[in-house]
Write a protein that binds this ligand. Structure first.
Ligand code: SF4
Length: 411
């Protein structure tokens, strides 16, 4: 059974916002996620390389994979930025320089740095454009001018900057500005934090954060014995910008960035698809329709989240930005899997969560519509009929019109 009208969508869609100067920038945690992000309409992706002892960490690209990722994206006229925004120790600086030398011949669209020394190395050893990471904590016009003088081509503003402040900065500086619009927020200043280092021996500066800030803590004063009843005192709600994108575009923000290299294909597909539609709607009409807004809000609430806040976008982040009483994220883990291949008579699905014969599942198309399907056939990789699809397996399902490779499936 299928429902809804589907507009065909191909991977090589031409994005109107490109010509109008607003970029939707998505995380690419691995090669498959890169394809998902581009398929759902991202103009550019950012990814991490295997440097600074992160070779074994999941989701980082080897040099060879970075080359392949760049070639893949460029064929689609999209961009790839490499994040190199750690703060190396002195004993790592030679390795850093060696690594940067290796990047020279890869046709990256930019390297994202935070550390002034790494900036100098990238400038000396490559010809790549340089973006300044949000972790450099640029929050005002004089800091922007400083970095523009050094030669960066884009600044990812500190998360503490409001949309009103962006306009003032943009009016005085001729440089690309990028801002986060969706995803997890840190309690620390522009993401500089060592809570995870202290509590779990995992270096947040190297992508190892275990979200220690979201654990339950007790807090009391020794002098007058006052204790705070709320436990999750640093559990920041997630950022969203459903109602802020039109203002950001009007104020001249060049790139709108989604957080979440480690998050699921479903998170990536949903957020890219929704913000793609929001940006297109704002460019076409200057705003979004109430009916569309309700649908997008429902979709964002349906996937795991910590509740939402506009963070600092509309002014100071206040008490409402913290989720004080929630142990688990809101939303459900309703992610079923990602389509690996579509053949003449089959869909090959990489299963992430179990489902059964007879279940009703949905596919999210590249235009953001959901196609409901009743599962009336599941075959394992040997084409044997089976009653359930188990996590981490590949299964064949009956072909459904308009479903394409890299579509995600959900309950
Ligand atoms: S522990 Fe929390 S505040 Fe620190 S880096 Fe991780 S998410 Fe950010």
């Amino acid at each position: 059974m299928t429902s809804l009208t589907i507009k065909p969508q191909s991977l090589d869609r031409s994005t109107k916002e490109k010509s109008q100067g607003v970029e939707l920038l998505a995380p690419a945690g691995d090669f498959e996620k890169l394809k998902v992000a581009l398929s759902y309409g991202a103009d550019a992706v950012y990814l991490g390389g295997e440097a600074f002892g992160l070779r074994s960490a999941a989701g980082n690209f080897s040099l060879n994979e970075i080359e392949r990722a760049v070639a893949f994206a460029h064929k689609l006229n999209r961009k790839v930025y490499l994040t190199l925004n750690t703060f190396p120790n002195n004993y790592e600086i030679d390795e850093t320089a060696q690594y940067i030398k290796c990047l020279k011949e890869i046709a990256l669209d930019a390297i994202i740095i935070a550390d002034p020394g790494v900036f100098l190395l990238v400038k000396e050893l490559t010809d790549h454009p340089i973006h300044l990471s949000t972790q450099a904590s640029v929050t005002h016009v004089e800091a922007v001018k400083f970095w523009v003088k050094q030669g960066v081509s884009r600044i990812v503003l500190g998360r503490e900057v409001s949309i009103d402040e962006v306009k003032a900065i943009k009016d005085q500086c001729d440089v690309e500005l990028e801002m986060f619009i969706h995803g997890s927020m840190c309690m620390s200043y522009s993401g500089k934090c060592t809570i995870s280092n202290y509590t779990a021996n995992r270096d947040a500066n190297r992508g190892g954060c275990v979200n220690s800030c979201r654990w339950d803590y007790s807090l009391s004063t020794l002098t007058d014995n006052v204790s705070f009843t709320q436990s999750y005192i640093m559990n920041s709600r997630d950022l969203w910008a459903v109602d802020s994108v039109s203002g950001m575009i009007a104020d001249g923000v060049d790139s709108l960035k989604l957080e979440g290299r480690m998050k699921s294909h479903l998170y990536l597909a949903t957020t890219v698809s929704i913000y793609r539609q929001i940006i297109d709607s704002c460019l076409d009409n200057g705003s979004i329709e109430d009916s569309d807004r309700s649908r997008w809000v429902n979709q964002l609430n349906a996937i795991p989240n910590r509740g939402f806040s506009t963070g600092f976008l509309e002014g100071q982040a206040e008490r409402e930005s913290i989720l004080y009483d929630n142990v688990k994220p809101n939303g459900k883990s309703n992610y079923i899997g990602v389509v690996k291949e579509v053949g003449d008579d089959f869909i090959l699905l990489q299963v992430k969560n179990r489902f059964f014969l007879g279940d009703s599942i949905k596919f999210l198309t590249f235009t953001g519509e959901e196609i409901m399907v009743q599962v009336d056939k599941i075959q394992d990789i040997s084409r044997e009929h089976i009653p359930e699809a188990k996590p981490n397996s590949l299964v064949f399902l009956k072909k459904v019109p308009d479903i394409k490779a890299y579509n995600v499936a959900l309950y």
